[in-house]
Design a protein around this ligand. Structure first.
Ligand code: DGL
Length: 267
């Protein structure tokens, strides 16, 4: 057993979609969350910068004595997983493989859509991962960068979100996909709108669900699940208070969030 917390990091509040699934799958685990709210978005930045920012996030989590780090951010998982894994002696979990596995399993007609940030779509990480599981699948992808500020603003369920989704998803809808991967932490915050724009027959895949399952299996496999009798808590850290982190985060998780601000440049 290992009572140290699980570390989770993202560029902002979107990674709370992964925290939510971890809480469901592993209710006894403590979690330390870091959202790099001072430097969001990552999705429009170069791979080098994203890797450097993520290294600082991991060093911060290590200072909190975590037993593993879950890379909630799809942009980081898609473009920086390998250099980060090579640099740190800490188990790292990416959201790409779990999301790809769920999509490959879900599709019936072999036509899968993937949406994400510009960085994630440019990396082609999802199409590669999906086709390495099932080469017969055709993947159609589309960058939807405006969904991130819409979610961060708390507008995930508004007319603005709907109009933006209709515009971005037009091409993918015409391809008659039966499965759509929400390849960005923030997109589950627009799930209702995305589902109504795509149609109820299209299965939406939130990679966070399978990621949480994979985390449980990994910890079980190495006998590192927590056995602590103390009520598990979540510590939230951000690099800037300027965002709606606490308000939207509390609403999304259904519990009050109290975040502490840290200087990420020190790590
Ligand atoms: N967390 C990012 C992702 O999942 C989205 C926000 C950003 O661009 O930083 O790709």
């Amino acid at each position: 057993m290992d009572n140290r917390p699980i570390g989770v990091f993202d560029s902002g509040l979107g990674g709370l979609t992964v925290v939510k699934e971890l809480m469901r799958e592993l209710p006894k685990e403590r979690i330390v969350y870091f959202g790099d709210t001072a430097r969001i978005p990552y999705g429009t930045r170069s791979r080098e910068i994203v890797t450097r920012y993520s290294s600082q996030s991991i060093r911060f989590l290590l200072s909190k004595n975590v037993k593993m780090a879950v890379i909630a951010c799809n942009t980081v998982s898609a473009g920086s997983f390998e250099p980060l894994s090579a640099s740190f002696d800490l188990p790292l979990v990416s959201v790409i493989q779990p999301g790809a596995t769920a999509a490959a399993k879900a599709t019936q007609n072999g036509r899968v859509g993937v949406i994400g940030t510009s960085g994630t779509i440019r990396s082609k990480a999802y199409p590669h991962a999906i086709r390495s599981i099932r080469p017969d699948i055709t993947v159609y992808d589309q960058a939807c960068p405006l969904f991130v500020p819409i979610a961060e603003e708390g507008w995930g369920n508004t007319e603005v979100a709907r109009l933006t989704a209709e515009r971005y998803l037009q091409g993918i809808r015409q391809k008659e996909v039966d499965t759509l991967v929400l390849g960005c932490t923030h997109y589950p915050l627009l799930e209702g709108i995305l589902s109504s724009v795509m149609g109820s027959e299209v299965r939406l895949i939130n990679p966070a669900v399978n990621t949480a399952r994979q985390v449980r299996e990994m910890l079980q496999g190495v006998n590192q699940l927590s056995q602590s009798k103390v009520e598990p808590g979540i510590e939230f850290y951000v690099s800037d208070f300027g965002q709606n982190f606490q308000t939207i985060g509390s609403h999304f998780l259904g519990k009050k969030i109290q975040a502490q601000c840290i200087d990420i440049e020190e790590y």
